[in-house]
Design a protein around this ligand. Structure first.
Ligand code: NAI
Length: 360
C-alpha cells in the first residue's frame, strides 16, 4: 500500500482485511461510521486489479453508505464489504461466503451486510449460516427478498417529482424517458413509467434484454451508442456507475437526470457542468433510496407498515430537496449532502440512536 493512498478523507472507524486460510476468500470490511447505528452496506464481489484498489473501494463505498443511510432516515451507520473475484468462486462459493459470514460475525454486529454488485440473495443465505448480521435473504427463506422493486419505486418518484418541479408537468403522459440499463431495477422502472403514460426508450449492453423489456412494456429499444445524448426529457441511468463524463455534458439532450445507478457521474465536476447547462441532476443516493430502506428495515426488524412510512418519508424529503434547489439555485447534491451531514453530526436517524438490530 502506498503511503498516500489512505488520506484523512478515508479515516474510518474500522478496516478489516482478510484472506481466509481454508477457502481463499479475500476481501475487506470497512466500517465508516456507527454514529447512527450498526454500519450497513452491501457485499460486492469484483475483479479488483490489486489489494490497494480493493481497500480503497471498500473505504469509499462505506463512506458513501454513511451518507446514504443518513439521508434515507435509517438508524444505520455506513459500512461496506468487498471481495476479490479471483475467478475461483465457482465451486467454492458457498464455503467462501460462509467464511465471509464468520468475518462479519467477528465484528459482533458492528457491520451488517446485504447483496450488492456480484452477490445474490442466495449468497446472503450462505452467510446467514454463520451470522445473523445479514439482510436481503430470499423471501421464501425468511428474508425480504429482492430490493429492486423498491429501488425502482423511489427512482420513479424522483422522476415524477423532478418533472413536476423542473418541467411543471402534472403527469407523465408523453414524457420522453431514456432508461440506460434494464436489469432488475431498470426493467421495473420501465414498467412503472409506461404504466404512467411516459414514452420510454431503452438501451442495454445486453441487446436481447433491451429488446425483451421494450416488447414487454411497449417501450422502444435504441442502440447503446449515443444513447446518453438522446433527445429525452429525462435520462435514467440504471446500469453501472461513472457512465456520464465531462465530455458528455455538452451533448446531453435531457433536462433531468434521475436513475438508480450509484455514482452515475464520473466525478463532481460533471455535476457542476451539468447544472451550468441547466440540466437537473437528482443525486443517486436520494433517488435510489428505496433499496436500502427495504433491506435496512429488514436489518432493523421494522415491519411492513413502518417500512412503508419510511419509503414515503424519503420521497417527501426528495421533493423538498428538489423544491429548495429550484427556489435557492443551489445544487440538489449539495442540499442532499448537507442534510445527510446534519443527520450524521447530530447522530439521529428517525429519532432512534445506536442500538442492536433485531435480526431474525
Ligand atoms: P442489474 O445487474 O440487474 O442490471 C444492470 C443492467 O445494466 C444489466 O441489464 C446490464 O446488462 C446493463 N449494463 C451494464 N453495463 C452497461 C452499460 N455500459 N450500458 C448499458 N447497460 C449496461 O443491476 P440492478 O440491480 O438493476 O442495478 C442497477 C444499478 O442500480 C446499479 O448501478 C446498482 O448499483 C444500482 N442500485 C441498485 C439497487 C437495487 O435495489 N438493485 C439499489 C441501489 C442502487
Amino acid at each position: 500500500m502506498t503511503a498516500g493512498v489512505i488520506g484523512s478523507e478515508f479515516r474510518h472507524e474500522r478496516l478489516t482485511v482478510f484472506s481466509d486460510r481454508e477457502t481463499g476468500a479475500t476481501g475487506a470490511i470497512a466500517v465508516d461510521s456507527t454514529a447512527l447505528g450498526p454500519a450497513m452496506g452491501g457485499l460486492r464481489l469484483f475483479a479488483y486489479a490489486s489489494l490497494d484498489e480493493l481497500i480503497v473501494d471498500a473505504l469509499r463505498l462505506a463512506r458513501a453508505m454513511s451518507f446514504k443511510n443518513a439521508a434515507a432516515g435509517l438508524e444505520l451507520g455506513g459500512g461496506k464489504a468487498v471481495l476479490l473475484d479471483d475467478g475461483r468462486w465457482g465451486d467454492l462459493r458457498e464455503e467462501r461466503m460462509r467464511a465471509v459470514g464468520r468475518q462479519i460475525e467477528a465484528l459482533a454486529g458492528e457491520y451488517i451486510t446485504a447483496e450488492d454488485v456480484g452477490t445474490s440473495p442466495g449468497d446472503m443465505q450462505a452467510i446467514a449460516a454463520e451470522t445473523a448480521y445479514v439482510a436481503g435473504r430470499p423471501a421464501d427463506l425468511g428474508g425480504r427478498g429482492d430490493p429492486s422493486p423498491y429501488t425502482a419505486r423511489t427512482v420513479f418518484a424522483a422522476i415524477a417529482a423532478a418533472a413536476r418541479i423542473e418541467l411543471r408537468r402534472t403527469d407523465l403522459e408523453g414524457l420522453r424517458v431514456g432508461v440506460q440499463g434494464v436489469g432488475n431495477v431498470g426493467g421495473r422502472l420501465v414498467a412503472l413509467l409506461t404504466e404512467a403514460g411516459a414514452e420510454v426508450f431503452v438501451a442495454d449492453l445486453d441487446e436481447v434484454r433491451a429488446e425483451a423489456v421494450a416488447a414487454a412494456y411497449g417501450a422502444t429499444a435504441l442502440p447503446l451508442d449515443g444513447f446518453l445524448w438522446g433527445e429525452f426529457d429525462v435520462l435514467a441511468p440504471c446500469a453501472l456507475g461513472g457512465a456520464i463524463g465531462l465530455d458528455d455534458v455538452d451533448r446531453i439532450g435531457a433536462r433531468i437526470i434521475a436513475g438508480a445507478a450509484n455514482n452515475p457521474l464520473a466525478d463532481r465536476d460533471v455535476g457542476v457542468a451539468l447544472a451550468r447547462r441547466g440540466v437537473l441532476y437528482v443525486p443517486d443516493f436520494i433517488a435510489n433510496s428505496g433499496g436500502i430502506i427495504h433491506v435496512g428495515s429488514e436489518a432493523l426488524g421494522l415491519d411492513a407498515a413502518v417500512t412503508e412510512v419510511r419509503l414515503e418519508a424519503s420521497i417527501d424529503r426528495l421533493e423538498r430537496i428538489l423544491t429548495e434547489a429550484r427556489d435557492t439555485g443551489r445544487l440538489p447534491l449539495e442540499l442532499a449532502e448537507q442534510h445527510a451531514e446534519t443527520v450524521l453530526r447530530e447522530g439521529r436517524g428517525n429519532g432512534a440512536s445506536r442500538r442492536s438490530p433485531q435480526l431474525s
